[in-house]
Ligand binder design. Structure first.
Ligand code: PMP
Length: 354
C-alpha cells in the first residue's frame, strides 16, 4: 500500500478471482467457464469489428440492446449492457444502497457482493442459508434493504423457483431486489418475465457462462425503464464506453446463434447429471445443482487437501476457506473427457488415503 491511498480504501479486502495459472496446461474446472469455444458468428463479427477499432464503441450499445430486447420480449429501454455482469452488480450497489438502505444477501453466496458493499461504503446484512444450504424466502420479507440473490446460487448451484422470487418481490414493494441470473441457462427458471409485474426487480445476466464469452466481458440487466435509467446515470458517470466494440459485435453474433447456446447448455446439463451420479458412487455428497458447476464433499477427504492434490495432478477446482463450506469443492462442469480425468484422479486420491 502506498502512503497516498485514500483512508476510505485502507481496509478494503479485494475479491479473489479464481486462479488462471499459466505455468502448465491444467484441466481447468475452477472458474465456471464454458468448455466450448464461442459461436463462430461471434468470432467472425468480432474479427470484422477489429478492423474499425480506431473508433469509440457505441455508448448506447444499440445493436446488442435491440437484439437482447427481442430475445427477452422487453423494450430496448429496459435493457442495459455492461462490462461483465460484475459491473452491473457494482452499479446496483452504487445506485440502490447507502447507510439508510443497506444491502442484504446470503451468508454463502457470490463472494463479490460483500466487496461491492465495502468499496461503496455500504453496510450489509448476511442472511444465513438453511442447514441444507437452501434459502428460506421468508427471511427476505420486508427487510427495508436492497436484496441481492444469485439464482442459482453460487457456490451451491441451488435455485429458487420463479414463484418464490415473486413472493420475495411482493414482500419488498419499496426496495430493489436484484436477481443475479449468471447461471440461469443451465436448468433454473428465469424471472425476467416478472419485470412486467414488479418495478422493484432488476435481473442481471452474463455472456460469460452459457454463451462462452467470459474473456469478452459482457453482462446485461433487464428491469423497468426507470431502473435502467438510474443505472445509465451511473454508467455515463463512470464509463460510457464500458462495452468495447469487439465485445458488442461478438455479443450480437452469439445472440443470432441461440441454437448453439442451447445445444451447449443441454450438453452441460447432461454431463452434470452423469457426473453427479459418478461422484455419489465415490461417496460424495453433492448439492442439487442447476448450474454449470457442482458443490460436493467427501467425509473421508478434506476440502483443502483434495484441492491441493488435484492441483498437483494438473486439475484445478475451487475450494473456499469459509468455515461452513471449507470441506466442499466447487467443480465446473466441463467436457465428459475432463470430468473423467477428474474422477480418475479422485479415485487415486481415495485409494492413497485408505
Ligand atoms: N454472479 C455470479 C453469481 C458469478 O459467479 C459471477 C462469475 N464470477 C458473476 C456474477 C460475474 O460474472 P461476469 O462478470 O463474468 O459476468
Amino acid at each position: 500500500m502506498s502512503r497516498f491511498l485514500s483512508a476510505k480504501y485502507k481496509k478494503l479486502v479485494p475479491y479473489t478471482p479464481g486462479e488462471q495459472p499459466k505455468d502448465m496446461q491444467y484441466v481447468k474446472l475452477n472458474t465456471n467457464e464454458s468448455p466450448f469455444p464461442p459461436s463462430k458468428k461471434a468470432q467472425e463479427m468480432a474479427a470484422e469489428t477489429a478492423k474499425k477499432l480506431q473508433l469509440y464503441s457505441d455508448p448506447e450499445c444499440k445493436i446488442l440492446r435491440d437484439k437482447l430486447a427481442e430475445t427477452f420480449g422487453v423494450k430496448p429501454t429496459q435493457v442495459i449492457a455492461t462490462n461483465g455482469s460484475d459491473e452491473i452488480l457494482n452499479f446496483a450497489f452504487m445506485a440502490y444502497c447507502d447507510e439508510n438502505t443497506p444491502a442484504a444477501f446470503a451468508d454463502i453466496t457470490y463472494g463479490f457482493y460483500p466487496v461491492f458493499a465495502d468499496v461503496n461504503n455500504v453496510p450489509y446484512e448476511l442472511i444465513p442459508l438453511k442447514e441444507d444450504f437452501s434459502i428460506n424466502i421468508t427471511d427476505y420479507f420486508n427487510l427495508g434493504k436492497t436484496i441481492f440473490i444469485a439464482n442459482p446460487n453460487a457456490p451451491t448451484g441451488m435455485a429458487l423457483s420463479k414463484n418464490q422470487i415473486a413472493e420475495i418481490l411482493k414482500n419488498n414493494p419499496d426496495n430493489i431486489v436484484v436477481i443475479d441470473e449468471a447461471y440461469v441457462d443451465f436448468g433454473a427458471e428465469s424471472c425476467v418475465d416478472l419485470v412486467k409485474e414488479f418495478d422493484n426487480l432488476l435481473v442481471t445476466q452474463t455472456f460469460s457462462k452459457s454463451r462462452s464469452m467470459a474473456g469478452a466481458r459482457l453482462g446485461f440487466g433487464i428491469a423497468s425503464e426507470a431502473v435502467i435509467s438510474d443505472l445509465n446515470t451511473i454508467r455515463y458517470s463512470t464509463n460510457p464506453y464500458n462495452v468495447n466494440s469487439m465485445t458488442l459485435a461478438a455479443g450480437y453474433g452469439v445472440l443470432c446463434d441461440e441454437e448453439y447456446t442451447k445445444a451447449n447448455c443441454k450438453k452441460i446439463a447432461e454431463n452434470r447429471e452423469w457426473f453427479v451420479s459418478e461422484l455419489k458412487e465415490l461417496g460424495y455428497e453433492v448439492l442439487p445443482s442447476l448450474a454449470n458447476f457442482v458443490f460436493a464433499k467427501n467425509e473421508r477427504l478434506g476440502g483443502r487437501e483434495t484441492y491441493l492434490k488435484l492441483k498437483e495432478k494438473g486439475i484445478l477446482v475451487r475450494q473456499f476457506e469459509k468455515e461452513r463450506i471449507s470441506q466442499y469443492l466447487r467443480i465446473t462442469i466441463g467436457t465428459k473427457e475432463q470430468l473423467k480425468t477428474l474422477l480418475s484422479a479422485l479415485k487415486e486420491i481415495l485409494e492413497e488415503t485408505k
